[in-house]
Design a protein around this ligand. Structure first.
Ligand SMILES: Cc1cc2nc3c(=O)[nH]c(=O)nc-3n(C[C@H](O)[C@H](O)[C@H](O)COP(=O)(O)OP(=O)(O)OC[C@H]3O[C@@H](n4cnc5c(N)ncnc54)[C@H](O)[C@@H]3O)c2cc1C
Ligand SMILES: NC(=O)C1=CN([C@@H]2O[C@H](COP(=O)(O)OP(=O)(O)OC[C@H]3O[C@@H](n4cnc5c(N)ncnc54)[C@H](OP(=O)(O)O)[C@@H]3O)[C@@H](O)[C@H]2O)C=CC1
Ligand SMILES: O=C(O)C(=O)Cc1c[nH]c2ccccc12
Length: 398
């Protein structure tokens, strides 16, 4: 076994953990204000969620103007809903333009504030050589590891008896591998719905597990994005009223979903549940039509798995050749950020939006607003502004 190698790196400027849209945008905004930074990512590329952990047919599902990062619009020829490939190309161009060069294969395993020194100590393991660690030391720490850092993998009784493969949607690329197969898709968020649609397109036979309730909205109504309608209405009406309007419109455009086995949450509208609990409403891009036509079967929660499929909460059995868990993601901040109570046990800032971007002792967070890419941008601008003021104070003292 190789001896453990450890080195120390002094960072002149903030240490940014995560090279997704959040890390890239805060580094770019800092750079614009003349502040250097070091961006660390455990992956071997920028935006690993988008490049490594999402399926081929993925597109942004909010209109493009809500997904741009600070200071750089999408190219004019991009469609209203850019493809994953286009979004990644945009992010690469964004990083290049700002001269952001993250240090890859650096998995941060701990970060703590050294009171005595007044500095952050961030320990990262080299993914390619796990015995090699680096301690980055700096005045500021920006947490940008995202709301989707780790997969949620529920444990089902009997999982070991199940004969087929069980995978998470983060590994799913395309339905081709499932042609002719009966697939049990667990979860009915945007991922579950869209994977069912993709499976249908590739001649597979999906059943979708809906254990609870979910808000489904049309992505567009008469050519207008539902999200744009919501943002417009929020200028005049309180959120609860906007939610009521959205539910009414959804009923009008999508009909009664209860008949399809999809219940709406009794407490809380789509925007309220997104903001408060991070439950994203489904923006339908065609899965409902496949449920209506019988190509996707909706089934209740799973009681246990057995060799040939699953036994459901209502006692019925459903046969399956494969299981795909579209059960969501969670933040990993509590796993590595030590000695700070700025984040909750769930890994979100304790203080609610729009105040959750700044902690104590030079700690910042970008991208934990439950407001997608527009939340990322809004945090990044504020964090960079704040650090730049401190930076100037410090540099002018020297
Ligand atoms: C499938 C999918 C589609 C989405 N579509 C939209 C959309 O259309 N519009 C929208 O507004 N939002 C969308 N979102 C929301 C999403 O949160 C943002 O798109 C965006 O990727 C968030 O950026 P981020 O930088 O905060 O997090 P991420 O993109 O997840 O980036 C975080 C980075 O941190 C790295 N990291 C994590 N832990 C560590 C560690 N310990 N050490 C080092 N590095 C680490 C990861 O490797 C990753 O590269 C979508 C999310 C998903 C999952
Ligand atoms: N741009 C786009 O088109 C896309 C965007 N996204 C975004 O990515 C993020 C993650 O979405 P997604 O991956 O769908 O995750 P979500 O967290 O939105 O959904 C997870 C789903 O899994 C269900 N679930 C969790 N555990 C179990 C269990 N043990 N048994 C049965 N069901 C279970 C949840 O049900 P319950 O509510 O009962 O817990 C829920 O329906 C969201 O913000 C989403 O909007 C995702 C895909 C496409
Ligand atoms: O797709 C996501 O994960 C997002 O976070 C985008 C988003 C932010 N706010 C919303 C409200 C309704 C639907 C999607 C989003």
């Amino acid at each position: 076994m190789a001896a453990a190698a450890s080195r120390t790196v002094w960072v002149n400027g903030p240490i940014v953990v995560g090279a997704g849209p959040a890390g890239l945008s805060v580094a770019a905004c800092l750079r614009e204000r003349g502040v250097p930074s070091v961006v660390l990512d455990r992956a071997d590329c920028i935006a690993s969620l988008w490049q490594r952990r999402t399926y081929d047919r993925l597109r942004l599902h909010l209109p493009r103007r809500f997904c741009e990062l600070p200071g750089m619009p999408f190219p004019a020829h991009y469609p209203e809903y850019p493809t994953k490939r286009q979004f990644v190309e945009y992010l690469q161009a964004y990083a290049d333009r700002a001269g952001v060069e993250p240090r890859f294969n650096q998995a941060v395993t701990s970060a703590r504030y050294d009171e005595a020194a007044g500095l952050w100590r961030v320990r990262a393991e080299d993914v390619l050589a796990s015995t090699s660690t680096t301690e980055y030391i700096g005045r500021w720490l920006v947490v940008a590891t995202g709301e989707n850092a780790e997969r949620v993998v529920p444990e089902f009784e009997g999982a070991r008896d199940f004969a087929g493969p069980v995978s998470h949607v983060a590994e799913y690329k395309c339905g081709e591998a499932y042609r002719g197969k009966r697939v049990l898709v667990v979860g009915c968020g945007n991922s579950g719905m869209e994977v069912c649609l993709d499976l249908c397109d590739h001649g597979a036979l999906p059943s979708m597990v809906v254990r609870g309730s979910v808000h489904v909205l049309p992505r567009e109504m008469l050519g207008v994005a539902t999200f744009s309608v919501a943002v417009f209405l929020l200028r005049f009406l309180p959120l609860r009223l906007v939610d009521a309007v959205l539910v009414l419109l959804a009923r009008l455009f999508l009909g009664d979903l209860e008949r399809l086995g999809i219940r709406r949450p009794a407490c809380g509208g789509p925007l309220q549940l997104k903001n408060a609990r991070g439950r994203t409403p489904v923006l339908d891009i065609g899965a409902l039509a496949r449920i209506r036509s019988g190509h996707v079967r909706v089934v209740p929660g799973i009681r246990r798995l057995f060799r040939g499929g699953a036994e459901l909460q209502d006692g019925r059995r459903v046969a399956a050749d494969a299981v795909i868990l579209a059960t969501g993601y969670h933040s990993n901040v509590p796993q590595w950020l030590k000695g700070s109570d700025f984040f909750t046990e769930e890994g979100y800032p304790r203080v609610a939006f729009p105040h959750g971007w700044k902690g104590e002792s030079g700690l910042y967070s970008v991208g934990f607003t439950r407001r997608g890419l527009s939340g990322v941008s809004s945090d990044a601008v504020k964090v960079a502004q704040d650090i730049a003021v401190e930076w100037e104070k410090q540099t002018s003292k020297r």
